[in-house]
Design a protein around this ligand. Structure first.
Ligand code: RUQ
Ligand code: CUA
Length: 652
């Protein structure tokens, strides 16, 4: 490598950053970084709507944040992997199955990479996918309802980080393991046997193009390194996926030191179309498995959870032509494919250059067998044979790259806390701007698509230090918006986010709003517990279970007086919102409920379970300000020591 001299310095800086708890150099001249017309460029006047949607990962909140751009206004937090008391997600009987896993009910996770569904390599506004790292799962959220519709657990996977990445027509959502694990003998081995026994996996989850429903078509068993990030090929490279790999040292303790030994780690190139051929030839082995598959049905307004028992696994050792490693300088993190699909750039966290590989050169190298040996049976392509060129002296600690519509790339630098713009073809650096501070991912609207939207780059920062009003020991998480429409990047706006915005994707608003669902049709409501009109409202006892079939409409519940419930009963309030109009949810809450409230959309039925633990009269009410007489939308449930005949009514 040409830049060996820089490497020592880099390692020292990176090492120092680690020692300081991963803080970074603070850019100078913070105040002068804002140009005079910045405010005007992000100002969205009252009554006007934003131009774009931005979907951020919630990180350790497990959710997705929805913001308008360029204003940075928070519109919604969509619950995905974590319970949300605000709407009852994960608390209502209908949504609890969404958070079921093979480990039982897991109401929390760590989500990193939102991915908009794609058609022909461009965002199509149908769904957004996101990964759960900790208990490996992938979720699909509808962008017509902004609700999570499906969550599939990944068996044979530890740390689902290189996930979920989509092929160009959403044929597959792909997720790879960060933590390798032993998969023979029921997953047990001594940790010291890592080098021999631990393996990684890559899951290829097929997405039904009409319904979006996911199933694991196959898993690839790959050598036991850490797979970190990924992008699928597109256009010329459609049919391939690329993964960054670190810890090719196969260290299993003190990775900070032990996984930073080799001068080069790898990019893994996977020919998934070829893998499909092997699958069709019956190469796959059925492995017993145990993983949850949870689906929310919009007609029954109810989720079901099924535990699947089998998965098809193929060992890449036995599948020539499917996998190739390509050397990549020092602990790569991001692995990104440019809009043409020809260029793949990898960002080594400790590297002094950004290597840019050429897809056509990779193909030629494979044909010519330009290999420098193999790694656990997988051929390693010679670095020079795959390389198109290097971006030299780009900055310190490159992490991720996105692209605009003019042939430029934008790379984030954690340690030097900046975004660097460079030209993909020439690898020439064109501009750099500081970020405040320590940028991780970055997002250009549709910056991973065949036709990027461009216009802005959004920095997703790890540290905010002096940027916002203090909020105790934990400071706000933050995005920054930069204008990239001119030659020079221009900082426009800081705005705080909910949770840690690891990654985000953005697209023009019309792509999403054209599919919008305004309310659920009551006629289509197939819930087992629906009450379609007030006359059918009732309260029914079944042993210790009491089912309240209730309706809500401005501004009363039917029934709103209930007597005959006893202490210790399982009381199920099945509330149907009878409204058939946009934006008229009703809430439901009862004193002493130790789970959540419900927020019920027009036409929908949701159920809150309540176990009264004492006698008395318990008020219930609507929590969502629905009309001038919202505050009148209330009622009572009387609880006795023993059961008495059930009585219920409204207005008698
Ligand atoms: S990561 S800061 Cu979890 Cu996507 Cu790169
Ligand atoms: Cu219904 Cu307030």
């Amino acid at each position: 490598m040409k830049t060996i001299s820089l490497k020592t310095a880099l390692l020292a800086v990176a090492g120092l950053a680690v020692a300081l708890g991963l803080s970074s150099c603070k850019p100078k001249k913070v105040d002068s970084a804002i140009a005079g017309n910045a405010a005007e460029k992000v100002y969205v006047a009252p009554g006007k709507k934003d131009e774009l949607y931005l979907f951020t990962s919630g990180g350790f909140s497990g959710q997705i944040g929805v913001y308008g751009l360029p204003s940075g206004r928070l519109l919604r937090e969509i619950p995905v992997f974590s319970q949300k008391a605000e709407s009852g997600y994960g608390y209502s009987e209908e949504t609890k199955p969404m958070l079921n896993t093979s480990h039982g009910y897991v109401p929390w996770d760590d989500s990193h990479h939102p991915q908009l569904s794609k058609t022909d390599g461009n965002a199509d506004g149908r769904w957004i996918f996101i990964n759960a790292n900790n208990t490996p799962r992938i979720a699909r959220t509808s962008l017509s309802t902004f609700r999570t519709e499906e969550i599939i657990e990944l068996p044979n996977c530890g740390g689902n980080h290189a996930s979920p990445f989509l092929t160009q027509n959403t044929e597959y959502v792909v997720g790879a393991s960060r933590f390798s694990l032993p998969y023979d003998k029921d997953g047990d081995a001594s940790i010291a046997e890592y080098k021999d026994k631990f393996k990684g996996t890559i899951s290829f989850i097929k997405v039904d193009s009409n319904t979006g429903n996911m199933h694991i078509n196959f898993q690839l068993l790959v050598p036991g390194v850490d797979y970190d990030l990924s992008r699928a090929g597109k256009a010329v490279s459609h049919g391939w996926c690329f993964f960054s790999c670190y810890n090719t040292e196969k260290a299993y303790t003190l990775l900070e030191v032990n996984a930073s030994q080799r001068d080069k780690d790898f990019i893994l190139a996977v020919n998934w179309k070829k893998a499909e051929e092997y699958l069709a030839q019956g190469k796959g082995q059925k492995w017993p498995a145990n993983y949850a598959h949870n689906v929310y049905d919009e007609n029954t307004h109810t989720a079901t959870s099924v535990i699947e028992k089998e998965v098809t696994v193929m060992d890449v050792k036995d599948m020539p032509g499917v996998c190739y490693y390509i050397p990549c300088p020092k602990s790569p993190h991001g692995c990104d494919v440019d809009p043409t699909g020809e260029y793949i750039c990898a960002s080594g966290k400790l590297a002094a250059v950004i290597p840019v590989y050429s897809f056509s050169k990779i193909q030629k190298a494979i044909e010519a067998k330009a290999f420098e040996g193999d790694f656990d049976g997988v051929p390693v392509i010679k670095y020079e044979a795959a390389l198109d060129g290097e971006v030299e002296k780009p900055g310190l600690g490159p992490l991720h790259t996105e692209f605009d519509d003019k042939g430029n790339a934008y790379t984030s630098f954690f340690v030097s806390s900046e975004i660097v713009k460079w030209e993909v073809k020439t690898k020439k650096i064109l501009d750099r701007v500081p970020t405040y501070y320590s940028i991780g991912h970055l997002c250009v609207p549709m910056g991973d698509c065949i036709k990027p939207y461009g216009k802005y780059v959004i920095a997703l920062n790890k540290i905010t230090k002096d940027r916002y009003l203090e909020t105790g020991p934990e400071l706000a998480q933050s995005c920054q918006v930069y204008d990239i429409s001119g030659d020079k990047m221009q900082l426009l706006l800081d705005f705080p986010t909910i949770g840690e915005p690891h990654y985000a994707q953005a697209c023009p608003a019309y792509i999403i709003t054209k599919n919008e669902v305004k309310f659920y049709k009551l006629d289509n409501n197939k819930s087992k517990y629906v009450t379609k009109n007030e006359k059918e409202a009732k309260v029914v006892r079944d042993g210790n279970d009491v089912h309240v079939y209730a309706t809500a409409i401005r501004s009363h519940f039917t029934p709103d007086n209930i007597e005959g419930v006893k202490v210790g009963d399982n009381v199920y309030f099945h509330v149907t919102n009878l409204e058939q109009d946009w934006d008229v949810p009703h809430g439901f809450a009862i004193k002493g409920a130790n789970n959540a409230e419900l927020l019920i959309m027009p036409g929908e039925t949701q159920t809150l379970k309540w176990i009264p633990e004492r006698t008395g009269v318990f008020p219930m009410y609507c929590t969502d300000f629905c009309s001038a007489l919202h505050q009148e939308m209330q009622g009572y449930v009387r609880v006795g020591a023993t059961a008495s005949p059930l009585k219920f009514n409204t207005g008698e």
